[in-house]
Design a protein around this ligand. Structure first.
Ligand code: PLP
Length: 435
């Protein structure tokens, strides 16, 4: 092949949450047990699916229609169910026709950015969940324009930063917010969301609000949906069942489109998303068929409460264990199931290291840390010396050095061991070479 055939945006594709698995597996093959704290998959971490849920899904399998294609937008009854559910709170009415199903929210994300004009940019948070930042970057060929989430201010979006970037960059057509947030675990206060709506209105932007963790909150916080505040601002709300149900293997997510008729350009853009879905015929039928019964069961609320209580216990354990450790910033968290720990500026350098007893693992890590960012260096040493597998924060479109771990380990004794090992490892690492 003599001509360059690669899309200009391909350099923007990166998903370290799974990328780190390759090195972790090599270390595992050299005899080290691995503690997987990288991927947010509750099933992988031992979450048992209750029998009542399985019975509902089995009954749908018995219905032959669940084996067929469904309408492009998704099963009508399910969209009616979801629209009714959303309308209990929303400030602007949603009809079943304003809902569009995808094969997982990841699929929705790539379509939503992919169908924007190349010059049209969506400003998103930093740190950022990489599926968003990569898809946005891939569509435009440049890194996503980002606004800061401030670890010294409870991970709250820096509104001044958003305003300045929007004001001086007229290619920005929309703002992305993820609430509750991945990777920070923060749930935003109403005033901040209201300010984002005001900015969208002032600068004629549309809003994308990823609410896939919307019902997974704790420490007495509720996640306020953007639908409650937007009034007449064109908005796409993203939801799914991968995290809350949890059924990530169903590959089922959807978008709710608000105020599409208010702006003719937004309306055309939405039409293009629906048309592109039509080319694929439709999304997975079985999970859609199961959603109304699953989500309306009174056992579902109980189940969610139980799960969020467990996540709350683990989150608060991290906070209590690490909050006084010198050199790191640790915030209390309120939603989703992740924790991001940030190293204070300047405490990391490229000389620090940890003891690794196994000589083969030691030489593998020493090879891998050459030339990498300082937080990745820490993450690799942590992996080599303890087997704990986390993700460097700089791989979430961020300049902040740190790491993200999950809050999904079911065995609390094991979880405590992981957190306490992290604590001693951070202290040892920071003291290993002070320059
Ligand atoms: N949005 C956020 C914020 C996520 O954390 C994830 C998955 O981790 C997704 C979207 C994608 O979810 P899905 O499994 O539906 O593709």
């Amino acid at each position: 092949m003599r001509r360059d055939i690669v899309h200009i945006g391909s350099d923007q594709l990166s998903y370290e949450i799974r990328g780190i698995v390759e090195i972790a597996e090599r270390i595992e093959s050299l005899g080290q047990d691995i503690y997987w704290e990288n991927v947010g998959d509750p099933i992988n971490k031992g979450q048992k699916i209750p029998t009542w849920m399985k019975e509902i899904v089995k009954s749908k399998i018995d219905d032959d229609y669940s084996w067929g294609y469904c309408p492009t937008k998704g099963l009508k009854e399910t969209r009616e169910f979801l629209a009714n559910r959303a309308n209990k709170k929303s400030s602007s009415k949603l009809t079943p026709d304003d809902i569009l199903f995808f094969n997982g929210l990841g699929d929705a994300i790539s379509k939503v950015y992919g169908l924007l004009k190349r010059e049209s940019r969506i400003i998103g948070p930093s740190p950022a969940y990489p599926t968003h930042s990569s898809a946005e970057g891939a569509h435009s060929g440049y890194e996503q324009v980002t606004y800061k989430l401030d670890p010294k201010n409870n991970w709250i979006p820096d509104l001044e930063d958003i305003r300045n970037k929007i004001k001086y960059n007229d290619s920005i057509v929309g703002i992305l917010i993820i609430n509750p947030d991945n990777p920070t675990g923060m749930v935003y206060p109403k005033e901040i969301l209201e300010e984002i709506v005001k900015l969208a209105k002032e600068f004629n932007l549309f809003i994308i609000s990823d609410e896939i963790y919307g019902d997974l909150t704790f420490n007495n916080r509720r996640a306020i949906s953007m639908s409650e505040l937007i009034k007449d601002v064109p908005t796409i709300i993203m939801k799914g069942i991968s995290k809350e149900l949890p059924w990530p293997g169903s590959r089922c997510g959807w978008i709710e489109i608000y105020n599409k008729n208010i702006d003719s350009n937004f309306k055309r853009y939405i039409k293009s998303i629906i048309d592109s879905k039509m080319l694929e015929v439709c999304s997975t039928t079985l999970p859609q068929a199961s959603i109304p019964e699953l989500l309306s069961s009174n056992k579902y609320d109980e189940f969610l409460k139980e799960r969020t209580k467990e996540v709350e216990k683990r989150a608060n354990y991290i906070y209590e264990t690490l909050k006084d450790v010198k050199g790191i910033i640790v915030n209390k968290v309120y939603g989703a199931f992740y924790y991001s720990i940030v190293f204070e500026e300047g405490v990391l350098n490229n000389k620090q290291k940890l003891n690794i007893n196994n000589p083969k693992i030691k030489s593998l890590i020493e090879e891998r840390v050459k030339g990498v960012s300082n937080d990745r260096r820490f993450v690799y040493y942590l992996l080599g010396s303890t087997g704990i597998c986390v993700v460097p924060l700089t791989s979430f479109s961020s300049n902040l050095e740190g790491f993200r771990m999950t809050l999904l380990e079911k065995d609390f004794e094991k979880f405590k061991w992981i957190v306490n090992t992290l604590k001693s490892t951070i202290i040892n690492y920071l003291n290993s070479n002070i320059i």
